[in-house]
Design a protein around this ligand. Structure first.
Ligand SMILES: *[C@@H]1O[C@H](CO)[C@@H](O)[C@H](O)[C@H]1NC(C)=O
Ligand SMILES: *[C@@H]1O[C@H](CO)[C@@H](O)[C@H](O)[C@H]1NC(C)=O
Length: 156
């Protein structure tokens, strides 16, 4: 019985890593300057008492260069700052919260990075934990939108 329980616990922690994850947008998504993007920030359910406090969604304008590698240096331009309350929605997904943010109008063409930071308290001792996640997206060089005018496609 005891070993069965241990097995279940091990299974649980293997199946769900205890880290925040950006489920959407997936890496490589095309993201234009000033566009609304839904960032789906997930956190696996946990057995240990943990209290989600807050999250920051940011965007780093990598400006055609290599994106920074250390989240403690910069989250880029903050697009959302506030409460984080992940919840179960679809049964096959871990608890998550959607944040719809508007990308910076200054975004350069090339590879850019959406960043997330999450702050929580873990366990009876309320240990503070700060976690990071990010995803690289692609800003197309041509940001003009195709529009139909009198039956013809024009770019605005
Ligand atoms: C991106 O995420 C990784 C962990 O997946 C982290 O090590 C790295 O510091 C993050 N970088 C930025 C710039 O947020
Ligand atoms: C959250 O956003 C994702 C991606 O856009 C979408 O598939 C999902 O239905 C949204 N969930 C809720 C609860 O709005």
């Amino acid at each position: 019985m005891k070993s069965n329980l241990l097995f279940l616990f091990t299974l649980f922690f293997t199946a769900f890593s205890q880290t925040i994850t950006i489920l959407s947008p997936p890496a490589g998504t095309e993201v234009s300057p000033g566009q609304d993007v839904t960032v789906q920030l997930a956190f696996p359910n946990s057995l240990t008492g943990m209290e989600h406090i807050s999250a920051v969604i940011g965007m780093i304008n990598c400006a055609g260069a290599t994106c920074p590698t250390d989240a403690t240096d910069t989250l880029g331009i903050p697009l959302f700052m506030g409460n984080y309350t992940p919840q179960f929605h679809e049964g096959n997904l871990p608890p998550y919260q959607n944040f719809t943010v508007t990308t910076p109008s200054t975004l350069a063409a090339g590879t850019n990075m959406i960043t997330a930071a999450q702050f929580m308290l873990v366990g009876a001792s309320a240990s503070p934990v700060l976690q990071f996640a990010n995803v690289t997206v692609n800003t197309p060089a041509n940001n003009r939108r195709a529009t139909m005018v009198r039956g013809r496609v024009i770019f605005v």
